[in-house]
Design a protein around this ligand. Structure first.
Ligand SMILES: [Zn+2]
Length: 78
């Protein structure tokens, strides 16, 4: 009977968990729940994958702009 509460608790803290904003006790509680609850684990994995994709695309794009700017700085225009 306590499972739904645990799931609500885990999902409610999904973003804090992924952002690393939880303290050790809260993180351990969620990790323990994910080990025994595959629906929550899938939700966390999905969100984590999404973030990895988004952040890796941002990482690819920013350095390219930065490289362009640095190239411009390294080439004396006068
Ligand atoms: Zn759950």
């Amino acid at each position: 009977m306590s499972m739904p509460d645990k799931c609500d608790d885990a999902i409610a803290q999904l973003y804090e968990f992924l952002d690393g904003e939880l303290d050790d006790a809260a993180r351990a509680r969620i990790e323990a729940h994910l080990r025994e609850c595959s629906p929550c684990l899938e939700a966390f994995d999905f969100e984590a994958d999404l973030r990895r994709i988004v952040s890796s695309r941002c990482r690819d794009r920013v350095p390219e702009e930065l490289r362009e700017r640095i190239r411009g700085l390294l080439q004396p225009s006068d």
